[in-house]
Design a binder for this molecule. Structure first.
Ligand SMILES: [Mn+2]
Length: 323
């Protein structure tokens, strides 16, 4: 156990009220680590008040419990643990800053030093992996089945089933510990990754719409009319960037989704890369993220073309991820 982990355990032990935050538009890593930690702490410390904050969002695969509705007073008297959120703007429920003390736990590159205590380490493949480590120190025996399921969902989805480069021996050791709780990995995988026929048709459409640029960049630009035709919500549509993955010749791929607000059209994009770091470039387009998985926001079609050309330059200069 390192010094920061020791401090986090002490803070948790001492706090009477704990509020757990995560980022907006939560994914399985955000929700799995949030509710895994909440569920564990609630059982372990029946006398503490432990709350999950942020707007509840339904995600495919697991029915996480709804968030707690809190007064400012409760947050003011709490220890806030903020999970999986690199910068303050992404934290769901900006009242986190009211808390007595803030602990930041995250595996993204550190953008904002907003925590009084910070455990930020981009060598972890997910926040759920970090939370599992913390719980392992507190609890040597197998965890509660539900806690283990939530955390494993976070690990599986952020590593895309143990397939991305950040997956380490440590990741698998954490997964091994979670599997001791009897989680059915096959059932979990199916609930996370199986698609329905509507999804299948949309995936098919995204693949047909994708165009190859500079021989190595594959991009699908999906407009509002096409989304509606496929019964696809724009927030969900960007997840289908994976439909363009795993093509030998392609170095960088992306999906751009049109949002229409008061008749103004704008595109948000999700970009993925095999080895060239793209988060620096994405930051120039109102976005950012991981070196190999980034997002951009509020771009129009000519800007997408310009972005693609800049990606081509990056590939040419061979800007490999340095980890
Ligand atoms: Mn994450």
């Amino acid at each position: 156990m390192n010094k920061i982990q020791q401090i986090i355990l002490t803070e948790i032990h001492q706090a009477k009220t704990i509020t757990i935050f995560r980022h907006i538009n939560p994914d399985h890593d955000a929700l799995g680590s949030q509710h895994g930690l909440k569920h564990y702490l609630t059982q372990r410390y029946p006398n503490k008040q432990v709350y999950a904050c942020g707007f509840h969002r339904i995600v495919k695969g697991i029915n996480y419990p709804p968030s707690d509705d809190l007064d400012d007073e409760v947050i003011k008297n709490s220890l806030a643990i903020v999970l999986d959120s690199a910068n303050t703007g992404r934290i769901d429920d900006q009242r986190y800053h009211l808390a007595q003390k803030i602990i930041k736990i995250d595996h993204h590159p550190n953008l904002d030093d907003y925590g009084d205590v910070q455990w930020v380490d981009a060598s972890y493949a997910s926040t759920a992996e970090m939370i599992t480590e913390i719980l392992q120190f507190m609890h040597k025996k197998p965890l509660d089945h539900k806690v283990a399921t939530y955390l494993l969902a976070g690990i599986l989805s952020d590593t895309i089933m143990f397939s991305i480069a950040n997956t380490s021996a440590r990741t698998l050791a954490k997964a091994s510990y979670l599997l001791e709780s009897g989680v059915n990995i096959n059932e979990l995988h199916q609930s996370l990754y199986s698609v329905n026929l509507n999804d299948f048709k949309f995936i098919n459409f995204v693949q047909r719409k994708a165009k190859l640029y500079h021989k190595q960049i594959l991009v699908a630009v999906i407009n509002d009319r096409e989304l509606k035709k496929h019964n696809m919500h724009p927030n969900l549509a960007k997840e289908y960037v994976y439909a363009l993955a795993n093509i030998e010749e392609v170095e960088v791929w992306g999906i751009f989704i049109e949002y229409i607000d008061a008749e103004t059209s704008t595109y948000n994009g999700s970009l993925r890369s095999k080895k060239v770091a793209i988060n620096g470039l994405a930051a120039q387009y109102n976005g950012g993220g991981h070196p190999l998985a980034s997002a951009v926001k509020d771009v129009d079609e000519p800007t997408i073309k310009q972005l693609v050309d800049k990606i081509a330059v990056l590939i040419k200069e061979n800007h490999h991820v340095q980890t």
